[in-house]
Design a protein around this ligand. Structure first.
Ligand code: SF4
Length: 370
């Protein structure tokens, strides 16, 4: 008999499950608290349940858990990367970044994956080279947070070292929309990881119909858009998704999101040497975002020094480079003359391939190359 995986189920689904065992509804709440709030790995840990119930659950159900394969810590100790194996043997990565600015409380942000690989094929991104292996299920998305909490030594809800979650790891979140949203609500639950919606950021390459749906449904999670170019010509080259959803349509969707949600949108702009980092680009970027309440994050590119021979024999040379410090500074100074908030973000964890655009599990890569 196949055992039912309970991780990823919401309260209503857990209630139905316990009803099928002729157990009272309050069991659902107990399990919910243990599974999501205290990151219980198995039924034996759930001491609220008597032994016979734990044994019964063991027979008919599981709490599928990600298995940690490796954990790397950056030299500066400001980032750690977790490589997790899923139940079917594929792998994903999550990155925990520590930000200890002196003028505000420490921030511990976990960057999580939404898919195994990614179908969007952004040309500067290592994950894009993998292609899409499969979508993650809600339980697998949530479990990245639960496992990172356990691994980083927190106990239960209080004292969690994870203060923020960004869905910017492997995959395009909006192409796994339903599973992702379900996971975000589980992460935000007061009896689960208890992350306020404003502390969960969903980052998209620009899947316009899904941004429109997200806006229409009125979710409180934050939205970030990976813009990276100021002309369709350049964006078509580096982000082929732009051919389907060009800049004008994307910005219109972003504008509408800010209007309806009353929240700012974040634009991420990866600076690529001699591709999108000219002062003319900075001027255009200011004009494009002028009437959109937003924050702009400039992210100097993290090089991926690899030539990749894919299984189809197509060779992709990752030839993008980080601009010089002077070019980055000039771009930033120009942008600061505009009306929107602009920040320069140096990615953490570049020495362990954990920075923006560098996630590409070595294990999956080895399989692809085999
Ligand atoms: S940048 Fe994001 S959307 Fe683009 S290929 Fe990489 S993971 Fe996919």
């Amino acid at each position: 008999m196949t055992r039912q995986n309970l991780k990823g189920l919401d309260r209503g689904e857990l209630t139905t499950f316990f009803a099928s065992l002729n157990e009272p509804a309050f069991r659902a709440r107990q399990l919910f608290r243990w599974m999501y709030g205290r990151a219980a790995q198995n039924f034996e840990e759930i001491t609220d349940f008597a032994k016979p119930l734990r044994a019964r659950l063991q027979e008919v159900a599981t709490l599928e858990t990600l298995t940690l394969e490796t954990r790397q810590i950056s030299h500066r100790r400001d980032a750690e990367k977790f490589l997790f194996r899923l139940m079917d043997g594929v792998h994903i990565e999550s990155v925990l970044m520590h930000d200890q600015a002196s003028n505000r409380p420490a921030r511990h942000t976990l960057c999580i994956s939404s898919q195994v690989g990614c179908p969007v094929d952004c040309k500067f991104c290592a994950t894009g080279l993998m292609g899409l292996l499969r979508n993650l299920r809600p339980g697998e998305i949530v479990d990245q947070v639960l496992q990172a909490k356990r691994l980083s030594g927190s106990k239960a809800l209080a004292g969690s070292p994870i203060t923020n979650v960004v869905v910017m790891g492997m995959g395009e979140p909006m192409l796994n929309y339903d599973a992702l949203l379900k996971a975000c609500y589980l992460l935000g639950d007061a009896e689960g990881p208890n992350l306020a919606p404003r502390r969960i950021v969903i980052s998209t390459s620009g899947i316009v119909p899904k941004i429109e749906r997200f806006t229409k449904e009125g979710h409180k999670f934050r939205l970030a858009i990976s813009l990276n170019a100021t002309t369709d010509d350049v964006r078509n080259q580096i982000m082929p998704i732009n051919r389907k959803y060009p800049i004008a349509a994307l910005l219109q969707a972003a504008r509408e999101y800010t209007r309806q949600s009353k929240q700012r949108v974040t634009f991420e702009y990866i600076l690529l040497d001699s591709i999108n980092d000219s002062l003319a680009d900075a001027e255009r970027l200011k004009i494009l975002t002028r009437n959109i309440p937003c924050k702009i994050n400039l992210i100097p590119y993290n090089p991926i020094a690899e030539a990749h021979q894919s299984s189809s024999g197509l060779e992709t040379l990752l030839a993008y480079r980080r601009p010089s410090f002077e070019r980055i500074e000039a771009f930033l100074a120009n942008m600061r003359e505009g009306q929107n908030t602009v920040t320069l973000r140096w990615s953490k964890g570049d020495d362990i391939d954990a920075a923006c655009g560098q996630l590409w599990t070595k294990v999956e890569k080895a399989k692809i190359l085999a």
